[in-house]
Structure formats: C-alpha cells, structure tokens
Design a protein around this ligand. Structure first.
Ligand code: DSN
Length: 434
C-alpha cells in the first residue's frame, strides 16, 4: 500500500502508524479477540466509501448517490447469509455492543428480566453488567459456570430461570473456552418461554466453517463481531436463521400489515440506535466474508483450533490450571493462582517480553477486574501469520520462562529477543513497513 501521501502531509501520524505496524509485526499477538485482516480488507476499510452517507438500507436510503454502497452492502448481506446459513442479516452495527443493544431492544422492553453469563465467568459487558446499558436498562439475573467443570451450570440456570422467568436468555461470552451449548440453552428457554439470543462474537469464524456448532435453528437471534475469528474489519452484525411475523403484534402504520421481526431489527439498528452506517467497513466486511467462503479459510480455522489445543496441552503439562480443563475453540483461560502471580503482573511482564495477552477474571475470582487471577490467550492472530503447532510449543515455553520469574529482566530481555526472531520468520504487513 502506498502511504507516501500520509508521510508527506502528516509525518507525525505517519510515524505513529509505522510504530503500530512495527509493533504488530514484532510482537506475539495472543489477545483472543484480535486478528490481522488481509490487505484486501485493509484497502477496502481505508477506501473512499468512508465518504458516503447512506442512512437507510439498500434501495431505500435517505441520501442520493448510494448505488455503489448499495451493491457493497447487498454483497455483504448475501455472503454472510451463505456463510452462516441465515435467512436474515444486518451488517450495519458499528460494533458487537451495538448489535447486542439493537437485538435486546427489539426483543425485550426496558425493565424486563434477562439472563446472561456473569462477566467474571466468561460473559460480556453487554450481557447484563451493571456498568453497561444492559445492566442499567434491564433486570438482570446472571448465571454462572460450575466450580468443578468450568462449564455453564445448567442446574443453576434452570433453577434461576424458573424462579425469575426471564423474557430473554443470552448465551455465549468473551472468555468461554468451550462450545456454546445452544441446544441445552434452547431447552431452558422453551421451558420458561423466553427468547434465546446467542452472541457468537468469539467463535464466529469457527461457526462459519463448521468447527463450532451452529446457533441455528436453536436461537431466535444471533449477534457477532466481524473482527475476531471471522478475521474481518472491526464491526458487528445481527442474524436470524429464519424471519417470522413479530409476536408483539406491531403493524406497519398505513397498511396495518403485521411486521416481520427483521423489519423491527432493521429499524432498531437505524434509526433506533445508529445513524449513518460505516459504508467502508460494511464493504470491507463483504470482502472478509468472501474470503471466509473460500476453502483456505476453513483450513485456517482448523489450524486455529489445533493451535489452541496444543497451547492447552503444553500449559497443562507445566502445571498451569486451565478453566474447564482445556478448550474446544480458539482460546484458553488460565487461572494463575497456583503460580503465585496475578493476571495484571503476568500481562505486564509478558508485554515487556513482546508477548501481548490480557489479564482476565477467572470464575469465582477473588481479585478485582483490574488485577484478576488469570490471563486469556488466543490463537487467531498468530495462526493468521502462519504459526503452527511447532511454534505453539515454543511460545508456551517462552511464556513459562517469563511467568516463572516475572521480575527477572535478564529473562525478559532474552525472551524478547527470541520473540523478535520468531516474528521475523512470519512477516506481517511487509508492504506497509517503512
Ligand atoms: N472486549 C472483547 C474481548 O476482548 O473479548 C469483547 O468485546
């Protein structure tokens, strides 16, 4: 990519950008929610569609000149439908949080009871955290994982659901290393007559390639981000396996026709919670979905999972405690209590050594979210660089060296050099390096 103009016109920002390119190339990115998009996605995300206002939907916009952004949005929708086997897709949410907000505001009223996985047990802010809109607008009853298994405690879930009669249950989360149990959630939702919403932001890429069970037909509505295992630009999306007449009897003003749920979701995204869509990002989503439909992407996701399993085994062989005892997906959640180091200290020491992870609460954590007892590690980004099982073994060894003696600057320096060498073998974004 040619960045000469930026270099000439704003050298200060150009330098900042180049430092970030260099950081991404020269460090090991193990944050489970991050990935590296292709050049094609990068080009579309940085393209001229950023200029276009397009409030509305393809064919019915509030602005002229939308013929080409319409083509891009239609392609994004069609490709996503094919990828996930969904009848309805909305590709406009700017983020996963906005996708969740639009879905919740369509299916439940303010003050209604909802259930979601507790944030400290692997859930997400938008699944009912008191500091988030979800916890402020709804009456939230959180469910948890079982202390022994680290998996959703369905006995607790059904007991709470019978007692509180939620209107909607959210399944999925940000730090749940196991398959989301869509069928079991459906049984609970059916028993208490609740809607079932799945947030597949983390495993979306694995769902798309059949390496993780599909939320369809079990879930009424499914949200995701597009930038994690799906490897697209940063953004959100809402899907339904099938569209149906809305059960609340909402009608179109003039004709009196009962609206489809898809119409309610569309109007909740815009004008309900968003204005102009980010057309450059929607077009970049279309590019990423096109990539995800190719056989290469299936191979990529297969390797993501194999790499995560390898990390899990290597950590466990060094006496690291993994929540749920392993992984089915792209991430592992490590409880560092037996190693005598906090998540915060581990994140900091590893960062100095060029290894990027995030501190993470573990279930039943006694430490605050700013300190935590754990770290979360994911394989999507390093797998995009081409790393395989051989490199996973090296990476666990490097992490273990640092965490075994986190204050030891000599070890940190030695590991930093080994990280640099490893990164050189798997170059990233060579075309845009200075
Ligand atoms: N914060 C994201 C993650 O890291 O999983 C989720 O929104």
């Amino acid at each position: 990519m040619q960045l000469n103009t930026l270099k000439r016109d704003d050298p200060e920002l150009y330098d900042i950008l180049m430092r970030e390119v260099s950081r991404e190339h020269g460090t090991l990115e193990l944050i489970a929610s991050e990935n590296f998009v292709s050049y094609a996605v990068l080009q579309m995300a940085g393209g001229v569609m950023t200029n276009k206002y397009a409030e509305g939907y393809p064919g019915r916009r509030y602005y002229g000149g939308c013929e080409h952004v319409d083509e891009a949005e239609n392609l994004a929708r069609e490709r996503a439908k094919k990828l996930f086997g969904a009848e309805y897709v909305n590709v406009q949410p700017h983020s996963g949080s906005q996708a969740n907000m639009a879905a919740l505001m369509t299916f439940v009223e303010v003050g209604d009871t909802i259930m979601g996985l507790d944030l400290a047990h692997g859930g997400h802010l938008t699944h009912g955290s008191p500091v988030n809109f979800s916890g402020r607008l709804y009456h939230v009853v959180s469910y948890h994982v079982h202390p022994q298994t680290g998996r959703v405690d369905f006995d607790e879930l059904i007991t709470l659901a019978r007692e509180h009669k939620p209107k909607l249950i959210i399944c999925g989360g940000s730090a749940y290393p196991r398959f989301i149990e869509f069928e079991q959630f459906r049984e609970v939702a059916d028993e208490v007559n609740a809607f079932l919403m799945a947030d597949i932001a983390h495993p979306a890429g694995l769902v798309a390639t059949g390496l993780h069970p599909s939320p369809f037909p079990h879930c009424d509505v499914v949200t995701t981000t597009t930038h994690k295992t799906l490897r697209g630009p940063r953004g959100g999306m809402i899907m339904m396996g099938r569209d149906w007449e809305n059960p609340w009897g909402k009608v179109a003003p003039k004709s009196g026709r009962v609206k489809q749920v898809s119409e309610l979701l569309d109007s909740m995204v815009m004008p309900g919670i968003q204005g102009g869509p980010l057309m450059h990002i929607i077009a970049a989503k279309a590019v990423a979905f096109g990539e995800a439909l190719k056989p290469d992407f299936k191979e990529y996701t297969r390797q993501v999972v194999e790499n995560a399993r390898c990390l899990a085994e290597e950590f466990m062989s060094r006496d690291y405690q993994l929540v749920s005892g392993g992984t089915d997906t792209h991430l592992v959640l490590i409880d560092l209590t037996n190693k005598g180091i906090t998540g915060k200290a581990a994140e900091k020491a590893l960062e100095k050594a060029g290894i990027t992870v995030n501190k993470n609460m573990v279930p039943f954590d006694k430490k605050s979210p700013f300190v935590t007892s754990g770290i979360r590690i994911g394989t999507p980004a390093i797998t995009t660089r081409g790393m395989q099982v051989k490199e996973m073994k090296i990476i666990v060894d490097l992490i273990n060296q640092v965490l075994s003696d986190p204050e030891n600057q000599n070890i940190i320096d030695k590991v930093r050099n080994e990280v640099k060498d490893l990164c050189e073998e798997f170059p990233l974004y060579e075309q845009i390096r200075d």
